[in-house]
Design a protein around this ligand. Structure first.
Ligand code: MN3
Length: 200
């Protein structure tokens, strides 16, 4: 199916008090995400994948490895990644549902230990990419990092939380301080209700 750019699930200034400015969201959503949609649509035409869902296109083109389809993969995966990313954030002050707190404690020892592992993955991703909290095929929760547009769909995992560590996601608000962006993301920006809803 052709890709369409969804509106943000909140106003452009809704996250400013939580550390993500209106300017960042205008650039990131209206220019960067839109470019993945527009370029993806050009590459989708004639690819043989036109009838597939976005998720199926990501998986099919990741496995294919053909040159024309790696372009389609990059844009389709980044489109999917950004849809999740917008939904995974919200205005600050949101409590973590108890079932998520229990799952993080069970898998990582504590919520703080999870946050440290997630931040370290994001800070340690060399170059552009993402860090993730995933539910793996065996049901366990894991922290991963991926390069460029690669995401948990590629490995049959469920994405519970993802953080964009491409420079365009943090350079306006945090300049070169990726670790500060990551700790602010975890402490002020994550919509934990959304993360918990993905565990089901
Ligand atoms: Mn981005």
């Amino acid at each position: 199916m052709a890709f369409t750019l969804p509106d943000l699930p909140y106003a452009y200034d809704a996250l400013a008090a939580a550390g993500m400015s209106q300017e960042t969201l205008e650039f990131h959503h209206d220019l960067h995400h839109k470019a993945y949609v527009d370029n993806g649509n050009k590459l989708l035409e004639g690819s043989g994948h036109e009838a597939k869902s976005l998720e199926d296109i990501v998986v099919a083109t990741y496995q294919s490895g053909a040159l024309v389809q790696s372009g389609l993969f990059n844009n389709a995966s980044q489109h999917w990644n950004h849809i999740q990313f917008w939904e995974m954030m919200g205005p600050s002050g949101q409590a973590m549902p108890s079932e998520l707190e229990s799952a993080l404690t069970e898998n990582f020892g504590s919520v703080d230990a999870f946050k440290q592992e997630f931040s370290a993955a994001g800070a340690g991703q060399f170059g552009s990419g993402w860090c993730w909290l995933v539910k793996d095929k065996d049901g366990s929760l894991k922290v991963t990092k991926t390069e460029n547009g690669v995401n948990p769909l590629c490995f049959g995992q469920t994405a519970l939380l993802g953080c964009d560590v491409w420079e365009h996601s943090y350079y306006i608000d945090f300049r070169n301080k990726r670790p500060a962006y990551l700790s602010n993301f975890l402490d002020n920006l994550v919509n934990w209700e959304n993360v918990a809803s993905r565990m089901a």
